[in-house]
Design a protein around this ligand. Sequence first.
Ligand code: ZN
Length: 299
Amino acid sequence: MPELPEVEVVRAGLAPAVTGATILGVEVFEHRSLRRHDPLAGDFEALLDGRVMQGPVRRGKFLWIPLEGAPRRAIVAHLGMSGQILLREPGTAEAGLLRIRLHIAHPVQGELWVHFVDQRIFGSMAVDALVPALDGAPGGLGTDEPLVPTQVSHIARDPLDPAFDAGGFAAALARKNTDIKRALLDQRLISGIGNIYADEALWAARIHYAQPANSLSRAKVRTLLAEVRHVLEKALAEGGTSFDAQYVNVNGASGYFAHSLNAYGRQGEACPRCGTPIVREQFMNRGSHFCPHCQRLRR
Ligand SMILES: [Zn+2]
């Protein structure tokens, strides 16, 4: 499942090809891939035809491409479980399950196809209105404009965003009598952290996944945030893991910079810090991986 580092790889890869490019045409091969598009806002294809794209923007694992002109709108791409956005030379046969194709013309790169490929149709594309960001800061990485799509307006900033409010996050945790891992996965509090990076950051910060959020000291919250940033930056530095053809078939840890993982998917293996076997427990319909020695539940 694509998480922040994987989506950032897509954003950075798209930027040189789509920024300033004109949309010449749109082909939708799978209408279920438009289920997050509100038809009352207008027809997907008609809203895009002839429009010029700005640089792609990311907040957490949400990706959007603002369109020039009024009213302000953006293409919002949800990658879901297996979505990919691929740049192709016109005429290239697509090996994956092609759902949407944009024909674009870039002033320097020339004509290109942008393919939205999605094995299982959990991902989608939509054209959405851009609305002011509540805190007035740039909407996400890749833009200076304080605008976000309405579909992203309830999503908190991610911890790599310069405008992320660390004090506000700590204050929100202090009010929450909920498991810290649940809070880390709550996109309204902090975005961009999925199961893998939550387990890794909690292991690094030596915090049990079920530790009540409001029992953590301010210092411990600072440590945790630092570890969250560290694990996300490490994954980014390693290329956001493999965003290639086999990526869509990846389940869980394989392909997710697996050689760098300390806890996630390591159940039964020795904790790299103390040697105690890592344990996996069921949590929120998924697994939580932790070291029972380093990450004790403190009540
Ligand atoms: Zn340990």
